[in-house]
Design a protein around this ligand. Sequence first.
Ligand SMILES: [Zn+2]
Ligand SMILES: [Zn+2]
Length: 264
Amino acid sequence: MTKAGIIDTHAHLDDNKFKGDFESVQARALEAGVTRIISVGTNFTSSRHACVLADEHPEIYAAVGVHPHDAITVVPRTLEGLRLLAGSSRVVAWGEIGLDYHYNFSPQDCQLDVFRKQLEIAGELNLPVIIHDREAHQEVLSVLGDFPGITEVVIHCFSGDLRIAEECVKRGYYLGIGGTLTFPNNKKLQDVVKRVPLEHILLETDCPYLAPQPWRGKRNEPAFVTAVLEEIARLKDVSQEEVAATTTNNAEKLFRLKKAQKIR
Ligand SMILES: [Zn+2]
Ligand SMILES: [Zn+2]
């Protein structure tokens, strides 16, 4: 693996499923070459938890925001609290935010309202944004289009087709690619990955969810992101080292991370 290590750009390390063996999860990540992880918030509590983890662990960074599932719980105080958390130098992005029209746990008008409010704040704070988009590709792109000042964007767990991917690339966005790429029947995403320049791809797990083959259905963890890396290398017919180096460089650029020092 590359000297700089690889970066899991989307993990939920605050999740209860990591409570019992957090230290061994982190050790396995390092062993696999995953030297940095972004722990992403989904509401105020998980965002605060992500910030605490980032304060305690030099290899962990935090993102703060409210997931569309939780949009219905937002009151003005929620966003003010998140804004305060975002003041920490350990917070590298606002997210995850966006639209989920698959589950609709929050009504769509409420999701839209909370999405827009958070884009406004991210713009004010000049932070990159991590976008959750489930069955709302066109709407997400159209809302983002209303915020031309926001150019640092990753569509995490990208699930659109090639046309949507090309529009994202045209706008300079990144596509977060995770375990779903390794599912044998996911030809749509495999086709997207084949065609999209590596310079627009980030590695992610979305752990504890969406474990790649061969761990599908089990708890996911940052170490498993190597399965995604291997699949990208196979599909694009490039070396794993190249995938590692380029995606790490992409993440450093988007989230303005310091270049990695040499590891052990
Ligand atoms: Zn998500
Ligand atoms: Zn997530």
